[in-house]
Design a protein around this ligand. Structure first.
Ligand code: AMP
Ligand code: MG
Length: 190
């Protein structure tokens, strides 16, 4: 049987990577394997080799055309990976010129996901998580702006479902409830 392709999205700081790692641990215990892939890392490898950025958080500041080129090459590379694949990425990227679709038609056509997961939580929880994360250069924005971004991601996810026939699953990653969100994600991946 062909592998499953699942895309996980959520605004920066919502805790995607944490939920993914915890869910994959649970699945491994029941003998289910997924290859976990970070879309941004594929983009960053190319961007770094071309000396256009020093860290991954600079990529969303690049010219839109450059971001799209990096995005397209990442999409093509990831599409070649077979088996069960879990792709950690963004439904949309906030740039200074507005929201950039994370999964435009030319990326979706390559990857053709079975499921797109939106990881969400309360806007003020995301704000607090960003303020306390020193490992990344997260956008400094208020909870109203975070709310708008989460809302936009739901809207654009509907377009992705129309384009591919994939299902859209919303998972809440609330404070202190990682056990619940990771169990929810593991169930989706089973
Ligand atoms: P992350 O580590 O998931 O926050 O991703 C790091 C950076 O990679 C993001 O801030 C974006 O600049 C870029 N990125 C990740 N996924 C995509 C995507 N699907 N389309 C465009 N840029 C992306
Ligand atoms: Mg992450």
């Amino acid at each position: 049987m062909a592998g499953k392709k699942v895309i996980i999205t959520g605004v920066p700081g919502v805790g995607k990577t944490t939920v993914i790692n915890e869910a994959l641990k649970k699945l491994r215990e029941s003998g289910i394997e997924y290859q976990s892939i970070n879309f941004g890392s594929f983009m960053f490898e190319v961007a770094k080799s071309e000396n256009i950025v020093k860290d991954r958080d600079q990529m969303r500041m690049l010219d839109r055309v450059v971001q799209k080129k990096l995005q397209q090459s990442a999409g093509q590379a990831i599409a070649k990976i077979s088996g069960n694949v879990l792709i950690d990425t963004h439904a949309s990227v906030k740039t200074s010129k507005g929201y950039l679709a994370g999964l435009p038609e030319w990326v979706l056509r390559e990857i053709m996901p079975d499921i797109i997961v939106l990881v969400e939580t309360d806007d003020d929880q995301i704000l607090m998580r960003r303020l306390t994360d020193d490992t990344r250069a997260r956008d400094k924005e208020g909870s109203r702006a975070i709310a708008e971004h989460q809302q936009f991601n739901r809207s654009i996810a509907a377009a992705y479902a129309m384009m591919t026939g994939c299902t859209i699953r919303i998972i809440t990653n609330a404070d202190f409830l990682l056990e619940r969100s990771s169990t929810d994600l593991a169930d989706v991946l089973r």
